[in-house]
Ligand binder design. Sequence first.
Ligand code: BES
Ligand code: MN
Ligand code: MN
Length: 483
Amino acid sequence: MSTSAAMEQLAANTDASVQRLLEWLSIPSISTDPTYAEHCRNAAEWAAAQFRECGLEAEVRPAGDPKFPGDLSKGGGHPIVVAKSAGDKDYKGPHVLFYGHYDVQPVDPINLWESDPFKPVIRDARPGEGGGKRIVARGAVDDKGQVLTFIEALRAWKSATGKPAGGVKFTVLLEGEEESGSVSLEPFVMKNRAEFADCDVCLISDTGMLGRGKPAITYGVRGLAYTEVTLHASNQDLHSGLWGGRCPNPITELSRVLAQLHDKKRRVTLPGFYDAVVPLTKQERANWKALKFNSKAALKKIGLPPAADIGEVGFTAMEREWGRPTAEINGIWGGYTGKGAKTVIPAHASAKVSFRLVANQDPRKITKLFFKWCKDRTPPGCRWELTDHHGGFGVTTPIDSEAMQAANRAIKKATGKAPALIKSGGSIPVAGMLRDKLGIDTIFMGFGLDDDRVHSPNEKFELECFEIGKKSHAALIGELLGG
Ligand code: BES
Ligand code: MN
Ligand code: MN
């Protein structure tokens, strides 16, 4: 009964909800750059005000070293929003921890944006794009738009019943450092353990669907180990005519080492890398196959021919993304990269190297393995500088829990379609932390599409996805209340 009243409230506020999203998106909450610290605080305050309007108690709390607020490079942090609804006295459902992030990725390369990343625009789909109207802005889908689907559901239930969250017990944890590695989050959660340990399940809306019109629940995300390596050679840049052929060129040497990361079958060569990997079961492979994901069509959308369907031999594209670990070079630099020619042998060369992890692979162990592997291959006369940028564990959520079933029913009610059970190759480190430190499993109920340009220029969130998200969260609240 109340669910339909909440749905009516959503319908009556469609335009207002879009306006609220535009407002939040216009706050440039880039977490990695300290010059945006004030905007991060404003984005946090903006969200806290929303939660208060929905009848929750909300606080914007400091995180990280208080001496350097907003400067992550010095151990400072961006504020964390904590909001709570007490729940009805006779509420019997789970205490749900909703996690999201208000920070966004940097906008560069800025010249590839068709509109200002922080002046959100609503535009129609162009021929060939598919879908309908969309909001284009940094953070549209990752993660402000998705967090707002939850907040709008809270708002609808408050209007429909007069009660915060319609009587469901929620704790909200909204952080501002997810895109920068969530450095302050674990200490914050551990320090305030009592507030979170009591939660039964975590709910995150920061993932995607199987496709347009194909809602999904994500039951697992990969882990991540992120590193930076610099190879130092001479104590000065050198003339390549005088010194070339006489001493190590660190770019060449670094490339030679990194080129050994994969073998001919495109497997990762680090000894021990696969030790904690659990092989995919026949059943899982059959389930994924039945989803009929078209990897060739996906490649086409990013400008690649069918021949580009490459990766670890023996696995499909979906298996490689969802169920297998990888090693990637995310950046590599050194020497002269300006205009024209400069004949130089540089003193150093660097690369960002990261690993996506599955099952029980421990990011710290993987980083150690990698560093040892580098040291074992130290080119003659050179020296490594190795930096661990951390990461997090991957997680797989049990698919038969009550909360999972509630989410399943909710999405079905909201969209008329049973959600597909999918995994994602992306990483959401908080989920591993909550499982390991507090024993809490996460349900990922996300509404993104794989052409949303997450982290890229012209990021978008389609209004249809925003709608489905709001309705699914509203229906989930109904399910938690007992259906
Ligand atoms: N929301 C994304 C992760 C994601 C995107 C999961 C799409 C599933 C589908 C998240 O904000 C993100 O970007 N995570 C980072 C890791 C983080 C430690 C920087 C990632 O996956 O690279
Ligand atoms: Mn995200
Ligand atoms: Mn992201």
